[in-house]
Ligand binder design. Structure first.
Ligand SMILES: *Cc1c(COP(=O)(O)O)cnc(C)c1O
Length: 499
C-alpha cells in the first residue's frame, strides 16, 4: 500500500474526543470515570494505527473493508480493553497438574485458619511489635518463635525422651526469626556468621535452586569466601576437617533439593558434621530448603530431612522455606542457637529482609495447626495424605457428571468426540522436596477424536476458572490430588465444554 493511502486511512480513525461523545462510551465514563476510559480509547486507537502501518487493516477495491469493520467494533474493543485493565491480573487457578508445590502456581495454598487469621489481623491494627501487657514496644519474631519452641518440645515428647529436651541436648536455647524467603535466610545467615571469612561446603552440594539462586553466588553476595571440599560425588568429614583454618567461620550443609547423586557416592552424616563442628568450635549451618515439620515417612516418602530432626542432631542453625513442605506463606525461617540468631537479628540486612504482618499471621496460624496436630488444616498435607482410592472415586464421579451434562446438552451424533478415562499415574511433591518423591494417584485422561491435546489443554487454561493440566502421550492428564474437592464441579463444567 502506498504511504498516501495509509495517510488517508489514518485520517479516517475517529478522534479520542469524538469517541468520548458516543453514547456507549459515555455510559462507560459515567460508571468508571473519564481517565481510565480515555486510556483505553488511546490504547485501542494506537493498536489500530499499528495495524494500518503494518498493512493488516486496509481498504481494497474488492470491498474488503477491514478498517470499516474495525471502526464499527471500536466501542466493543474499548470496553474489552477497559475490563482487562480494571480486572485482577493475579487470579486463582485450578491446579490439576498433580504437582503439590508448584512454584509457578504459587507453591503452598494457605489453609482456612491461616486466611481467617490473616484477614482478622491485617484488616485492622495489630500487636505486631507491641507488648499489650507492658504497653511497650515488642518484637515481631515472638509470634512465630513461641510456637516453634512448642513444636520443638513436642517433637522431643513424641520421641519418648522428654527428660532431655532439645535445648538441654543442644546445650542452648533455640530461637526463630523470619525473613522474606529461604534465599534471604541463607544470605542473612552467611553474611552474619561468615562475612570476611571462609565457609566450608561440599562440591556435591553447590546447588542451583532455580530463579538464579546458586550457592556460590549467594556466598559471594554475603561477602564470605566459599571453600569447596571433596568431589561432586564423594565428600568425607575428613575433607571438611582438613580445610579448617583460622579464617574458617562456618561449615555449610545444603540439601540437594532438586537432584540426586546416585552410584559411587559418599556424604558425611549430619551427626559426623555436628561432632566436627562442636570439636572445632565452628557453627554448622544447614540450608534445608523445604523444611518439613511433618513426618513424610507417614506418606511413604523417606530421606526428606525434617527441621526438628536437624536441630535435635545438633545443627547450630537451619534455614528453610515457609511455602514449601511447611505449607505456609512465602517466607524464610531461621531457627537455631539463640546467640547466633540474635546476631542475625541485629544485622542491618535483617531490617531489609523482614516480613510484614500478613506473613506473620499466616505463618502463626499454620504453625498453630502443627502444634494442635491438625494436619488436615494445612492444604498441602491434606493433599499428600489423600489416598489413591479417594482420588479415583472423585475422578469417576467427575467423568460420570460430564457424561450426564453431555447427554443433556448434545445431539447423540455429536457424542463420542470427547474421551475421558481413568489412568494410573503419579503425583509429585515438587518445590524442592526429594526430587524422586512421588505419590501414586489416579488421573483423568482426556482426549478428543478431532482436537489435539495441546488445543484441549489450551481451552482448559482459557476456561473461566483457568485449569492448569499436563499433556503426556497426546493426552491431557488431570490429577485431582491438587484440585480442591469444591473445584470438581468447575472441572465438570470445563470438560463438558470441550466436547
Ligand atoms: C527452595 C530452596 C531455596 C530457596 O528457597 P526460597 O524460599 O524459594 O527462597 C534455597 N535452598 C534450598 C536447598 C532450597 O530447596
Amino acid at each position: 500500500m502506498l504511504t498516501s493511502d495509509k495517510t488517508a486511512l489514518f485520517q479516517r480513525l475517529p478522534s479520542t474526543d469524538s469517541l468520548l461523545k458516543e453514547p456507549a462510551i459515555r455510559s462507560l465514563v459515567e460508571r468508571e470515570g473519564r481517565e481510565v476510559v480515555t486510556e483505553s480509547i488511546r490504547s485501542v486507537l494506537a493498536n489500530l494505527r499499528r495495524e494500518i502501518a503494518a498493512g493488516t487493516v486496509c481498504e481494497n477495491k474488492a470491498g474488503d473493508n477491514s478498517l470499516d469493520l474495525a471502526i464499527g467494533g471500536i466501542a466493543v474493543a474499548i470496553e474489552r480493553t477497559l475490563w482487562q485493565s480494571l480486572s485482577h491480573s493475579l487470579v486463582q487457578v485450578i491446579n490439576a497438574t498433580g504437582v503439590i508445590l508448584h512454584t509457578n502456581l504459587g507453591r503452598a495454598p494457605l489453609g482456612r485458619d491461616a486466611i481467617e487469621h490473616l484477614a482478622a489481623t491485617a484488616s485492622g491494627y495489630s500487636n505486631l511489635e507491641f507488648n499489650c501487657e507492658s504497653g511497650e514496644r515488642g518484637k515481631r519474631d515472638v509470634h512465630v518463635d513461641r510456637l516453634f519452641n512448642k513444636l520443638l518440645e513436642q517433637g522431643v515428647e513424641r520421641d519418648g525422651t522428654s527428660d532431655s529436651p532439645v535445648q538441654a541436648k543442644r546445650g542452648s536455647a533455640v530461637s526463630t526469626i523470619v525473613v522474606n524467603n529461604n534465599a534471604a535466610a541463607v544470605l542473612l545467615a552467611l553474611n552474619t556468621l561468615a562475612e570476611g571469612g571462609e565457609v566450608i561446603a561440599s562440591r556435591g552440594e553447590l546447588v542451583e535452586i532455580g530463579g538464579s539462586f546458586r550457592i556460590p553466588d549467594v556466598m559471594q553476595k554475603s561477602n564470605a569466601t566459599l571453600r569447596e571440599v571433596g568431589t561432586t560425588n564423594r565428600t568425607r568429614v575428613s575433607d571438611y576437617e582438613r580445610a579448617i583454618n583460622d579464617r574458617t567461620r562456618l561449615l555449610l550443609r545444603v540439601h540437594r533439593s532438586n537432584f540426586e547423586i546416585t552410584g559411587f557416592t559418599e556424604q558425611p552424616s549430619l551427626g559426623e558434621l555436628t561432632e566436627l563442628a562442636k570439636r572445632r568450635n565452628i557453627p554448622l549451618l544447614e540450608d534445608l530448603g523445604s523444611g518439613a515439620l511433618f513426618d513424610l515417612r507417614s506418606v511413604g516418602i523417606n530421606g526428606e530431612p525434617g527441621v526438628i530432626d536437624s536441630l535435635r542432631i545438633g545443627v547450630d542453625v537451619v534455614c528453610y522455606s515457609g511455602d514449601k513442605l511447611l505449607g505456609g506463606p512465602q517466607a524464610g525461617l531461621i531457627s537455631g542457637r539463640a546467640d547466633l540468631v540474635s546476631r542475625m537479628r541485629s544485622n542491618s540486612l535483617f531490617r531489609a529482609l523482614r516480613v510484614d504482618k500478613l506473613t506473620y499471621s499466616a505463618l502463626e496460624a499454620t504453625l498453630l495447626s502443627y502444634v494442635k496436630h491438625d494436619h488436615d488444616a494445612i492444604p498441602i498435607l491434606r493433599m499428600m495424605r489423600m489416598s489413591k482410592a479417594d482420588i479415583a472415586g472423585r475422578a469417576r464421579a467427575v467423568i460420570e457428571e460430564v457424561n450426564k451434562v453431555q447427554q443433556k446438552l448434545q445431539t447423540p451424533s455429536k457424542l463420542g468426540g470427547l474421551n475421558l478415562e481413568i489412568r494410573d499415574g503419579e503425583s509429585l511433591i515438587g518445590g524442592g522436596a526429594a526430587p524422586s518423591a512421588l505419590l501414586p494417584t489416579s488421573l483423568i485422561s482426556v482426549s478428543h477424536g478431532e482436537v489435539s491435546a495441546d488445543v484441549l489443554n489450551k481451552r482448559l487454561r482459557n476456561h473461566d476458572r483457568r485449569i492448569v493440566a499436563r499433556v503426556e502421550d497426546g493426552r491431557v492428564l488431570l490429577d485431582l490430588r491438587t484440585v480442591f474437592p469444591e473445584q470438581d464441579a468447575n472441572l465438570v463444567d470445563a470438560l463438558a465444554s470441550l466436547s
